[in-house]
Ligand binder design. Structure first.
Ligand code: BES
Ligand code: MN
Ligand code: ZN
Length: 488
């Protein structure tokens, strides 16, 4: 696990500034007036700071952007990071400023002179979320762990405010580590073991093995994994922080590697399919977050863990499998495997836990990337109320999410000649027919959302709060959805 920064919130003491050896961070608003920290820094560095903030270069900085003044005279600090931020920034502006500071840190310890900034905890949250790197497999070149001190008024209050965000940072890093991990290491068994470790935090975790799932009739899921040496598993994580009410269910696609199976994928880019367990990774990160912050809600997280491989024993195109629900499925394309896994996990979740609602997450279709790129996840729902709540949570957390349609005409496209349903509907509306397939395994009155996260789970470019690779998309939005709507 990549360890998040543990920021220290320290008492206001201007005398510590002169001797600090890392990078000092000062916050200056667009009026370019220096607060008492800025004035102290400016005096020590013989006016270099005020010279910069009165220049046109500072004027051109946008909100949250940083400028590094290197090797300042009169200070022990290696550099001064000037961050353009007002004293009362908006939440997301504060977080983005924090992320910019993390990038400007350049592996040095930081001291944030936050003073009376009303969003100090949010700024620190931005620093910590962005300061992530997946370096466990590098034998050299490992970026250093850095210390971050935050000099701020009422530092104990700010520290308390930060506690929830520390839980979210840890949950997000758990998700990113799982998604970034290659498939030779994160096998189905290793994945289950990492989830079993959540027991230490008070999460109830149980693992259903292939024999258990066969008894339940989960042949849609089992068919996907039957060509792999790694055993298929379903892991159930329960966090019971609420009262006696039924839980909310989160369901994740956990294909630890997707070769496509017998309908094999082209070689170019196939290595990206290590992230095809992204839905399960997000569910895991949310469960960890809920446990760390002791959320007063009942949530059950279920993940289907399989590997989709070509093999003599692998499932073939044309095979017909029977799902736990009882519906038969014609497997037209073995590469449309995620929906087969989810069909059984969704059905099991509803039958076993009678949840008040279900949200599933999956890196389900390449088509959603064609439609929405890497900016938004596709949101499909049968329930306007739940959908609206989720979209608000995603917006508040700066996680792109865009609602897509469902409808009878799309559903028709997956009627099969020989079974109840087929697993692909051809190229048109590929993401929607995938969602329609899932909806066939949702009970009529069950509030449900399907999130197609193929475009957002991991990216080739850095995003605001993550370096390139796994983003952790969804952990913040889902945690907020639960906090705002399901907690006492
Ligand atoms: N895991 C893929 C979808 C995917 C593509 C995720 C790109 C992330 C990046 C999924 O299992 C898949 O292969 N979907 C097929 C469905 C098709 C065969 C109907 C696809 O999108 O091409
Ligand atoms: Mn596939
Ligand atoms: Zn897949």
């Amino acid at each position: 696990m990549t360890d998040p920064i543990q920021p220290q919130f320290i008492e206001h003491n201007l005398n510590e500034i002169a001797d600090f050896k890392g990078r000092l961070v000062v916050f200056v608003g667009k009026a370019a007036t220096l607060d008492r920290y800025g004035r102290r820094v400016n005096r020590l560095c013989k006016g270099a700071l005020s010279k910069y903030v009165t220049s046109s270069a500072f004027e051109k900085l946008t909100k949250g952007q940083c400028h590094v003044l290197s090797s300042p005279v009169g200070l022990s600090a290696q550099a001064i990071i000037v961050c353009k931020a007002e004293r009362r920034p908006k939440v997301l502006q504060a977080r983005r400023a924090g992320a910019e500071i993390a990038k400007a840190a350049n592996d040095s310890n930081l001291m944030l002179l936050a003073g009376t900034n009303s969003r100090s905890a949010e700024i620190v949250y931005g620093v910590c979320l962005r300061r992530y790197s997946f370096n466990r497999h590098k034998t050299s070149d490992k970026p250093a762990g850095i210390k971050v001190s935050v000099m701020v008024m009422k530092h104990e209050e700010v520290e308390a405010e930060y506690a929830n965000k520390a839980a979210l940072t840890e949950g997000t890093f758990f998700t990113r580590d799982l998604i970034n991990e290659p498939a030779n290491i994160l096998t189905t068994t290793e994945f289950a073991d990492r989830l079993l470790a959540l027991k230490d935090l008070g999460v109830e975790v149980s693992v259903l093995e292939e024999a258990d799932m066969a008894k339940l009739g989960m042949h849609a899921l089992l068919g996907v994994g039957q060509g792999s040496e790694s055993p298929s598993k379903m892991v159930v994580m329960r966090w019971n922080g609420g009262g006696k009410e039924a839980p909310f269910a989160l369901v994740g696609k956990g294909v630890v590697f997707d070769t496509g199976g017998i309908s094999i994928k082209p070689a170019a880019g196939m290595e990206d399919m290590t992230m095809d367990m992204g839905g399960a990774g997000v569910v895991a990160g949310v469960m960890k977050t809920l446990a760390l912050r002791k959320a007063k809600a009942n949530v059950v997280g279920l993940v289907g863990l399989v590997e989709n491989m070509p093999d003599a024993k692998a499932q073939r195109p044309g095979d017909i499998v029977k799902s736990m629900k009882g519906d038969t499925i014609e497997v037209i394309n073995t590469d449309a495997e995620g929906r087969l896994v989810l069909a059984d996990v969704l059905w099991y979740a509803q039958k076993t836990y009678k949840p008040t609602g279900v949200i599933n997450l999956a890196t389900l279709t390449g088509a959603i990337i064609i439609g929405l790129g890497h900016e938004n996840a596709g949101v499909f729902s049968n329930d306007d109320g739940l959908c609206k709540k989720f979209l608000k949570a995603a917006k508040d957390e700066d996680e792109g999410a865009w609602r897509m349609p469902l409808g009878k005409a799309y559903d028709k496209l997956i009627d099969s000649d020989f079974a109840d349903v087929k697993n692909t509907g051809g190229r048109p509306a590929g993401s929607i027919t995938a969602a329609q397939f899932l909806q066939r395994f949702i009970e009529p009155e069950m509030p449900w959302i399907h999130l197609d996260i193929a475009g957002v789970a991991a990216t080739k470019k850095e995003t605001d709060f993550a370096p390139k690779g796994a983003s952790g998309w969804g952990v913040r939005a889902l945690d907020r959805l639960i906090a705002d709507n399901y907690e006492a």
